[in-house]
Design a protein around this ligand. Structure first.
Ligand code: AMP
Length: 147
């Protein structure tokens, strides 16, 4: 039977319950797969979920924000026993960067969270949707139960 060898968790730090993270860890253990994690700093908008405030900016990303994101990524990676070499902190469009990192590192399963949005939010698109439709490998969208 074909198994997954490299699983990529896309983390936006907005999760409360940790269901997406747990699923990634669980599947990596089950398949004895390498587990990597990526966080993308959106270069148009820093969301309140990740950093506590909403700050639009154009070009230069303040070093403190980068450092804060790195710290959060390292903390999450630590919990999952993911070595530094498998932690990716990128800047740009979350959808495009997640797909790029997956392709460049021979990832065969990407794990994202899904809020199960409807209506306008769905029309506007979401990261989960974008990854699902454009990734060349399998994508698992783990439903996040919104509080
Ligand atoms: P969204 O579609 O924006 O609600 O996000 C759904 C999922 O996409 C999240 O649970 C994450 O798995 C992933 N995601 C969204 N934004 C980012 C980001 N900036 N960096 C990494 N993963 C992200």
């Amino acid at each position: 039977m074909e198994t997954y060898k490299h699983i990529l968790l896309a983390a936006d730090f907005s999760e409360n319950g940790g269901a997406v993270t747990e699923r990634a860890k669980d599947l990596a253990d089950k398949y004895q797969a390498k587990l990597s994690v990526v966080h993308v700093m959106d270069n148009l908008l820093i969301t309140d979920a990740a950093y506590g405030s909403t700050i639009p900016f154009d070009l230069d990303l303040p070093a403190e924000l980068m450092a804060a994101a790195k710290k959060r990524l390292a903390h999450l990676a630590d919990k999952l026993a993911i070595p530094e070499a498998n932690q990716w902190l990128e800047m740009g469009s979350p959808k495009l960067e997640i797909i790029r990192i997956a392709e460049e590192n021979n990832v065969d399963l990407i794990i994202v969270g899904s809020h199960g949005r409807h209506g306008l939010a769905l029309l506007l698109g979401s990261t989960a949707n974008g990854v699902l439709h454009h990734a060349k490998c399998d994508v698992l969208a783990v439903r996040i139960k919104d509080a």
